[in-house]
Design a protein around this ligand. Structure first.
Ligand SMILES: Nc1nc2c(ncn2[C@@H]2O[C@H](COP(=O)(O)OP(=O)(O)OP(=O)(O)O)[C@@H](O)[C@H]2O)c(=O)[nH]1
Ligand SMILES: [Zn+2]
Length: 223
């Protein structure tokens, strides 16, 4: 894994801070879950699924499987039960006015259409707002992790992370790029292993200034 932290110059003089609470659709930010995790229900569902696919859930190898799968689902959907934005509460008044970029953050998430993984890397960058408020580098990876732990599409994951940066840091600019392989396209269906999907979400100056966007994309896509 390569996780570079890059500071660079930028044409930020004309960049207005991004507004707080700029989540698409507006409204208060909520956790993803609409009810608490129900382990017994998950176990029963997995047992039922095994029956449905023609397996014997009582055979030795499968006996513990419903409980294991329930625990695994609780883990991979943990982001439904936590407030991802709160990890960005750790901020430092550095007075830093230039770009901060963390590249190649490993991402594992779950496609909401087929409930199979998609995985790859995320690149997260921002230019602090006028206050120069920055967050810890690891917090950028943490916010990616928490938003990843939900059933979703890659586009929404990308936007959710960018909007969290905007809400919590009020940056002059923010960008999230995710490159991922979807197992629903590799192991089944169209069966194109190795095909990758790239999504981006740009906010503030990275949206309005082609020069700034070009500069950060150059850093992100540089191999
Ligand atoms: N835009 C987008 N599409 C996704 C994502 N994950 C999976 N998909 C797509 O969701 C679509 C679901 O299509 P459907 O026709 O409803 O389901 P399906 O019959 O299983 O489709 P196939 O995967 O083509 O076999 C497929 O084209 C998937 O490739 C994602 O993160 N973003
Ligand atoms: Zn899928």
């Amino acid at each position: 894994m390569r996780t570079d932290s890059v500071s660079g110059s930028n044409g930020l003089a004309d960049g207005a801070p991004v507004q707080d609470g700029a989540a698409p659709g507006g409204g208060a930010v909520k956790f993803g879950a609409v009810r608490p995790f129900d382990a017994a229900r998950a176990e029963a569902a997995v047992r039922e699924l095994l029956l449905a696919v023609g397996e014997d859930p009582d055979r030795e190898g499968l006996r513990e499987t419903p409980a294991r799968v329930a625990r695994a689902y609780r883990e991979v959907f943990d982001g439904l039960f936590s407030e991802p934005d709160s990890v960005l509460d750790t901020v430092f008044d550095e007075g830093h006015q230039e770009m901060i970029l963390v590249r190649d953050i490993p991402v594992y998430s779950t496609c909401e259409h087929h409930l199979v993984p998609f995985h790859g890397v995320a690149h997260v960058g921002y230019i602090p707002g006028e206050s120069g408020k920055v967050t810890g580098l690891s917090k950028l990876a943490r916010v990616v992790d928490l938003y990843a732990k939900r059933p979703q599409v890659q586009e929404r994951l990308t936007s959710d992370i960018a909007d969290a940066l905007v809400r919590k840091l009020q940056p002059r600019a923010a960008i999230v790029v995710i490159e991922a392989e979807h197992l629903c396209m590799s192991m089944r269906g169209i069966r194109k292993p190795g095909a990758t999907t790239t999504t981006s979400a740009v906010r503030g100056l990275f949206k309005t200034s082609a020069v700034s966007r070009g500069e950060v994309l150059d850093l992100i896509l540089r191999k």
